[in-house]
Design a protein around this ligand. Structure first.
Ligand code: FAD
Length: 383
């Protein structure tokens, strides 16, 4: 084993969680005396997604935020505009994130990049062993943001799938100070479906059709709704870009332990570590927080944190997923009631899992409680 190259750290996958972690290691001075290998299978990674998140302040480095909104269009017909304060809703193009992270990491002599597909990671007697089809190397810690073998699909599994158009209109029809999150004024079919609108300027916006369902939204289905949505703007438009994607909605990757053993050499990060909240598909901000917590733990030689979530929030997610799976047509009613009865700040705090139980009671009291109780009974009998 002694002849193989050695790095103190290896990060498998230079996506959101991998780059956040590399950045946190650098920022916390952990690469002054340690080496890091970043291995990524896709050298040509481009603008493959858009990340949005809400927070009171943009995540650093703030220069990669391409747009932010301080207002949301809310309520029936999405006509009422309310402030998000103290939150703001931030928009980051993945191309900007990759470019900014790579430019920052490039100056660090302790980092080596490899563009290869990792085929195996295993625990050796003194180190972790990383294998690609061409190379083998050793590491003290390997952070893995992907599955090397595809996991079996959990019985409670839906897709959050979306098709978005970046459109340019011939007239100023958007209010670029406010975005809308869940507009249910679209056909529900056999799944819960809604529209997002993120205006970049008065004549340019991302309009996105999103589905929570067992089957992914097809481009043809989305186009019908997107065309109808845009026709209500009453002017001609050009489609500049098309964005499609699908995010797993499942409790499968939830973790029950708060920390990992100090001796673990293979550590999952990002999606396989449970970074994506099953009912929202949001994970970018959690990966940032996890990367920072991980870097602090490595610096202070304490146990490494997991992406553990409080039990009650895991149960809420399971109940909602069960409802969306068994009664997809009730999704619209649940989300519309949530948005019409609660202040937006409480909803965002709840989705961040930072609410107190009293606030959660206030939320559930206004939802179809019988449906949640039936779902709870199903959950208790199954587990
Ligand atoms: C289209 C889309 C839009 C999203 N929008 C949002 C959003 O607005 N807000 C939000 O909070 N979350 C969003 N998410 C959810 C989540 O934040 C992203 O999926 C995020 O990119 C997940 O980060 P990750 O590090 O787990 O995976 P990724 O970012 O996918 O990174 C994994 C990396 O590993 C590489 N890789 C894979 N296999 C190997 C291998 N064998 N060897 C080497 N490298 C490998 C991949 O090429 C990839 O670069 C979105 C997800 C998608 C799919």
């Amino acid at each position: 084993m002694n002849n193989f190259p050695f790095y103190n750290f290896t990060i498998v996958g230079a996506g959101a969680s991998g780059l956040w972690l590399a950045y946190a290691l650098l920022e916390n001075g952990l690469l002054e005396n340690n080496t890091l290998c970043i291995v990524e299978s896709d050298q040509a990674k481009e603008n493959d997604r858009t990340w949005c998140y809400w927070a009171s302040q943009a995540l650093a480095p703030q220069s990669m935020v391409s747009k932010e909104w301080q207002w949301i269009r809310h309520g029936q017909g999405k006509k009422e505009v309310v402030t998000l304060a103290p939150y703001r809703y931030f928009h980051v193009r993945s191309a900007d994130f990759y470019a900014q992270m790579k430019a920052t990491l490039k100056n660090c002599k302790s980092i080596e990049w490899k563009f290869e597909k990792v085929v195996d990671v295993s625990e050796g007697s003194h180190h972790a062993v990383v294998k690609t089809s061409n190379e083998v190397w050793l590491s003290d810690r390997v952070f893995v943001s992907t599955w090397l073998t595809q996991p079996k699909q959990h019985e409670l599994f839906l897709w959050q799938s979306f098709v978005g158009w970046r459109v340019k209109t011939t007239r100023p029809v958007f209010n670029d100070n406010s975005m809308s999150m869940m507009d249910f004024d679209v056909a529900q079919s056999t799944a819960t479906q809604f529209m997002y609108e993120l205006p970049y300027s008065k004549d340019e916006a991302l309009v996105e059709m999103t589905r929570f369902g067992a089957e992914k939204l097809s481009t043809a289905e989305a186009e019908v709704s997107l065309r109808e949505y845009m026709s209500k703007k009453g002017c001609a438009y050009e489609i500049m870009e098309v964005e499609t994607g699908a995010i797993p909605m499942t409790p499968q990757f939830d973790v029950t332990e708060k920390s990992q053993s100090a001796t673990d050499r293979i550590i999952f990060i990002g999606t396989p570590a449970g970074a994506i909240k099953p009912t929202t598909g949001f994970g970018f901000k959690r990966m940032y927080a996890h990367a920072n917590a991980m870097a602090h733990a490595l610096k202070n030689k304490t146990k490494l944190p997991t992406l553990h979530r409080k039990l009650r929030f895991r149960v809420y997610d399971i109940l909602l997923l069960q409802i969306l799976k068994s009664h997809p047509y009730r999704g619209k009613e649940i989300f519309e009631r949530l948005f019409s009865t609660q202040p937006i700040q409480r909803i965002l705090k709840f989705l961040d899992e930072e609410t107190e139980i009293t606030e959660e009671i206030a939320i559930f009291a206004r939802l179809p409680i019988g449906l949640f109780l039936r779902s709870l009974i199903v959950y208790m009998f199954k587990s």
